[in-house]
Design a protein. Structure first.
Length: 283
């Protein structure tokens, strides 16, 4: 029923498959292709999708380590062709990859091969992904603001999880990435002292609105909603990349909501439980 409703609303991606993940991936790839056609310089927008390349790096590297084909877990849109990335990692030709990811690919491969610790590997790649996002955001104030806030939110969510565990020094050394709006060293120290100390630290930061939220799902929802608030500033910009950024993030918010709904339908969540997880939509 949900699939039929989406097709009736114009989501043609669901007409040829009942694989929601593939349909939604195609939906976002079409969005990116459209931006590539109309944007004067698409490289100015690549900070929004570089995380997909790092996700693909994780999927392919883990696949090689476990003798499975990780390409089936790769997602689009992405900057680096999936087959190109696969060949480079398979042949350990890391230098052939773009400089923004090549060193991470090499170090990540060596880390996974030497430790076979998938969680530590994920943290290392995720940290590099956030740093690449900030780097690609460049000097544009709007892009940089979004990238920095996304980085801060990711650090907070990581700290919230670690504060509830007894993670060791190695995990903490791989966990956090640099950002302007949050002192990650102090954040890590607070998380080490336990969840209450983590909450106290956040409550005294510019992200204090997250301190009162009780669940991880609530924190993640609020983080996404705050990003959408920033995007509303794009309405005031007549010329520049800001409206294009807002357009892509608006479609990405739709993607998140659709994924939540379809996953919840499969697992039998109630309507109220689904609504609690829904993100705000940019209008």
């Amino acid at each position: 029923d949900a699939r039929r409703a989406l097709i009736n609303k114009g989501f043609s991606e669901f007409e040829t498959t009942d694989d929601a993940d593939k349909a939604l991936s195609d939906y976002m790839e079409k969005t990116w292709n459209y931006l590539s056609e109309i944007a004067p310089d698409i490289s100015k927008l690549e900070f929004m999708i570089i995380k997909n390349d790092f996700h693909n790096l994780k999927a392919i590297t883990k696949g090689i380590a476990s003798t499975t084909d990780g390409r089936k877990f790769c997602i689009k849109p992405c900057i680096i062709d999936i087959e190109t990335m696969y060949d480079c990692i398979m042949n350990k030709n890391f230098d052939a990859l773009p400089s923004i990811i090549s060193e991470t690919a090499k170090s990540g491969y060596e880390l996974l091969a030497s430790t076979m610790d998938g969680q530590l590997f994920d943290m290392f790649i995720d940290k590099s992904s956030l740093e690449a996002t900030v780097q690609l955001a460049g000097s544009n104030a709007f892009s940089k603001k979004i990238a920095d806030m996304a980085c801060a939110f990711a650090n907070i969510k990581i700290a919230a999880r670690l504060a509830k565990t007894s993670a060791n020094d190695v995990v903490y050394s791989y966990a956090f990435s640099e950002c302007d709006s949050l002192n990650t060293n102090e954040l890590a120290k607070a998380a080490r002292r336990g969840y209450e100390q983590f909450v106290t630290y956040i409550d005294n930061s510019e992200y204090s609105y997250l301190a009162k939220l009780k669940s991880q799902a609530a924190i993640e929802r609020e983080c996404d909603n705050r990003i959408m608030e920033i995007l509303s500033e794009a309405k005031l910009v007549g010329f520049g990349i800001e409206p294009l950024i807002a357009y892509y993030y608006a479609r990405a918010a739709e993607w998140v909501n659709l994924r939540i709904i379809l996953s919840a339908k499969r697992t039998g969540f109630s309507k109220d439980a689904i609504k609690e997880r829904m993100r705000d939509i940019y209008v």
